[in-house]
Design a protein around this ligand. Sequence first.
Ligand code: ZN
Ligand code: ZN
Length: 352
Amino acid sequence: MRMLAKGRFARHILDWYMRAEDWIRPTPQGLYVEAGGFFIDPARPAPRAVLTHGHADHARPGNGDVLATGATLAILRARYGDAAGTRLQAAAYGETLRLGDVTLRLVPAGHVLGSAQIVLEHAGSRVVVSGDYKRRRDPTCPGFEPVRCDVFVTEATFGLPVFVHPDDGQEIGRLLDSVRRNPERAHLVGVYALGKCQRVIRLLREAGWDRPIFLHAALAALCAVYESEGVALDELRPASAAGAADLAGGIVLAPPGALADRWSRRLPEPLAVAASGWMRIRQRARQRGVELPLVISDHADWPELLQSFAEVDAPEIWVTHGQEDALVHAASLQGRRARALRLIGREADEET
Ligand SMILES: [Zn+2]
Ligand SMILES: [Zn+2]
């Protein structure tokens, strides 16, 4: 009895000295959870990967065992087919799993359909890897749930005080005003294929737009995944099959790259719109020839980042990608130890 108690005591002492960086660490390939033998969002194919969400800079093809939410796996299958992974394992939000010596749970991140924070527990400490996240309501996915932790791993895409996102309903209202004022023109909205596209569609429906919405072919597959996961998008039509009479006064969604290319020339007097957090930067909108910039972001803005640190109450913050320096400084002003991991392979520009 005494021996057992002593052994347990020794283990507690050991846990006490075991800090998170002893069992989870940044590598050139991504965050490696040594105690569990897996990578989180690896930048190159890994034998065992846990994925936060389906965006291409987090979920790459060619991994071996892949653990993610069922919706993220459906997104991966639509994007990569058989290259989605050798063995796919779905975890429900809140389900507790054991991988190696690590206890793991996926919790909603509020970023896109299927997006999850990964809650890891080992040796008496809890680390939350949030992937990408936002705090606004999004009709296409469950909202971010703050989980108290010892280390909170955060993105910093919009980690500068200048980034304060406006209300998305107000931005959609600006789009609908413009459609009313320009009934002869087609509004061509540049949106990322995963998340932004479907969120803009839902927001339009909520604002009362009940006409068909026209889609560039590159957006169709992921809209079908959202529909099959229970997100109703109502009537969508391929833009390629629509006549000029339908498209005039209509709303057409396309990947951002299509705004300036030949594809858009067949539309009647196209009016270029873009929906992205980057549209806060007027110069960016101008460079891309965007006539109507809408600031609609799937990432936390500056106040949401700092609010999240306070809510998860983490004494330590690790910043993965984006505008790290200002955020590290702001976190340390909150009395937290903060550091930039400078993970490679995360494109700040992509799918935001
Ligand atoms: Zn993302
Ligand atoms: Zn990202």
